[in-house]
Ligand binder design. Sequence first.
Ligand code: HEM
Length: 501
Amino acid sequence: MNFTSLLCASLGFAVLSLAMIFRYRRNRSITTAICYPPGPKVKKMPTHDAWAKYREWGNEYGGLIYVSSANALIINKAEVAIDLLEKRARIYSDRAVTPIMKLCGADLNLALEPYSDRWRRGRRLFQQVFRQATISRFYPAQHSKINEFLRELLSAPDDFMDHTMALSQRLVYSALYGLDISPGDPLAQKAQTAIEGIGKSLLSGSFPAFERFSFLRFMPSWFPGCGFQQVAEQCRKNIEEIDTVPFQLAVNDMKNGTGTSPLAELAARKPTEIKAIKAMGTVSYLAAADTTMSSISSFLLAMCLHPDVQNKGQEEIDSVIGTNRLPNLEDRRSLPYVEAIYREVMRLHPPLPLGVPHSPIEDDFYHGYHIPKGCMVFPNIWLVYFLYPDVYTDPEKFLPERFVDSKLGPFESINNIYAFGFGRRVCAGRYMAENTVWLTIASVLAIFTLGKAKNEQGNEIDIPGEYTHEFFCHPKPYRSTIVPRSPLARDLILSTVNDPQ
Ligand code: HEM
């Protein structure tokens, strides 16, 4: 090798080495530049009042928190939720279905199904029944079941919590399947156990042993830490049963000419979609019963605690529609204060304070933070309103006036009700849900006065106003009085007994 070739080879080697060093450094700087949003180092995620704990974390770490041990991203700010879950919906519309959710049968459910063609087909089918333009079909069932609820409050006011649950359950069966199923029915009870199991499976930290060691599913259920297996098996069996039994009853009713219903009619029109139609009925029940019950219960509690709000709502109803008839859904736009009460209930007491977790289908970057593909994204729905001090002064107080006085007024878009979630996975039954909750609020205000119960000495018994702490959140039992506002109000509700459905 002559001198020139040696020089060229040395130069070539030097350039190559420099290029490799440069590349290595660049890669290293990219790797070190990847940083996750800040967050606490915890072994187990909180399962009780998790949203309040996330608020504490928020004080330390801000609006976006990442908990690496649980691969969980917590969103504490509405604008971040909108940026990620709505503006980047293409990425953030998946669900992270965990092994425990699968064991519980939650993956059979549209609400938890991965973002896929199957989900799109299911959601389209859902829209056919639940979109805004078609939900007037549910009005008769809503009026009838809410009137039944009012009659029950009249005859057994102390059992108001049972009546509230019964209303939410009966309404789904009646509106979708045309069936009259009471909460005592084994079917309703199975559905309830399924809801509880799914709720647990969704809350990170409910089954800590299994969440860390998924091989435990191969161990017998008596093995320490394996109690989840029985819960999961029962849950799955119940889901399979509630999928089939009411659907078959509805189809038989239609065949025999004894009744008709949206699901039976859809099944007759789309015989190839029977599986998806059955699943739609099941998910409607699972998604509607506890959430609707929770919102109505929060309203009842708020009226006991805030008699001034109750008076104002009643005065508005009396002056706008009088005392000779019950409110109906066409009255909604003429009752702004009642609307504001509804909005305040949904703001302060979202039934699912952490929504249903979304999940990104790919790695993403937000304000310089790396968000890993597949993590669980929890929008802290309960907290997001608290961080707008200009719009929501005294956010922890129940103040419907905030909506009456706000720039947009009480009838602002349903999209601003974050209790229904975000983006492409936003609640698919929200138009029906809000009609039910609104009409119940207006009807109760028209007929009853709610207040604190009294003890033997005639003193008011305090209501602590406590809520349950899990995935579904609703008021804990308390004592109250519920009395008709006048003999006329009483007659009005009794006169509904023979109303056609
Ligand atoms: C007050 C009552 C209700 C509340 C507060 C509520 C709230 C929610 C929330 C927070 C989600 C998750 C949204 C997200 O992932 O961002 C959801 C999903 C869903 N809800 Fe509701 N819901 C209510 C009533 C209903 C009713 C009555 C139905 C049907 C009859 C229903 C059907 C669904 C379905 C199917 C989904 C899953 C959507 C999807 O993943 O594509 N919900 N709901």
